[in-house]
Design a protein around this ligand. Sequence first.
Ligand SMILES: Cc1ncc(COP(=O)(O)O)c(C=O)c1O
Length: 386
Amino acid sequence: MRQEFLTYGIPLIEEDDIAEVVDSLKSNWITKGPKTNEFEKQFAEYVGAKYAIAVNSCTAGLHLALVAAGLGAGDEVITTPMTFAASANVILHTGATPVFADIDPVTMNIDIDQIRQKITSRTKAIIPVHMAGHPCEMDEIMELARENNFFVLEDAAHAVYTKYKGRLIGTIGDATAFSFYATKNLATGEGGMVTTNNEALADKIRIMSSHGMSRNAWNRYSAAGSWYYEILHPGFKYNMTDIQAALGITQLAKLERMQGIRLEIAERYNEEFSRMPELEIPPEKEYARHAWHLYILKLNLEKLTIDRAEFIEELKQEQIGTSVHFIPVPMHPYYRDTFGYQKGDFPQAEKTFERIISLPLYPKMSRQDAEDVVDAVKRIVEKFRK
Ligand SMILES: Cc1ncc(COP(=O)(O)O)c(C=O)c1O
């Protein structure tokens, strides 16, 4: 057994990352400045989008995109119950109502038939979430959107590097929001990016990310800038800083290498765990390139004498950190009490939640760390199989 506890998730920060941040600090641009602009340009190029707006979180990006799309009171926005609360909270921030459509239990992504059942005359938008880095069935979602005229905002918090039918996530929906939170595939501590091909939408998002200030207000302190600005809307303070963008630039440059390590670990887990009938490994559909943000193992509970909570406790005893993605949003007290959700309303999400464990998966892990996870999981399964 391991001597040291294996932390569930940590970023890969190397000398080049540190040097770039120090360079920002020395340049006096410690808030939004030239590096944020450069990172936006590079990220837009990377995903193939016309516009990218850097923000201080994916949550901020999701919120801005909904505001820019004109969502508000009386509107309904469909999303998945199997996501982080942020995907639904932002709907409430606009005054609109979140409507949950249950998941496909295999991919854990929103189920297209369930979406169909939840569409009403008030449905104005949908937020599909590319769970764990596995893409949603975007062709079908876009077709539904065209038929029903709703706005598609992709929650790509997990999906930097994800491809759908050979195309990087970032240009399929009307807008896409990415997360660069500390444990994400590309980490800037806190941070996010909205990409879109719609110029008017990009302009609104950019303006709303900085108090609703007229364009290019960021350079009002440089020689080329002017003291004059106008507030066009009551916007938000959601901009990224150059300290974060410094990390964004160095992390994007090494994304391919970091993804290689993620893939290697995921394949190693798959190889071992696919042999055990007590376990179900994450899928990778023919239309997908998985970003392996999360490795979510499903327990076949009917073949085990312990439940998920006990399995997690056993892993902790083995010095392995884990997490659970996610507690379905409608099960949280605020959502349950406000919208009156009952057990059984989202049967697939609820059943799936009972059997999932996220295992450590990040580029800072050594091969030995991954082997330790494999050994620990195998030992627990052997000890508690029926
Ligand atoms: C699916 C999903 N959406 C949105 C977010 C919010 O991202 P951020 O922390 O960058 O606001 C997260 C965060 O982990 C997430 O997992």
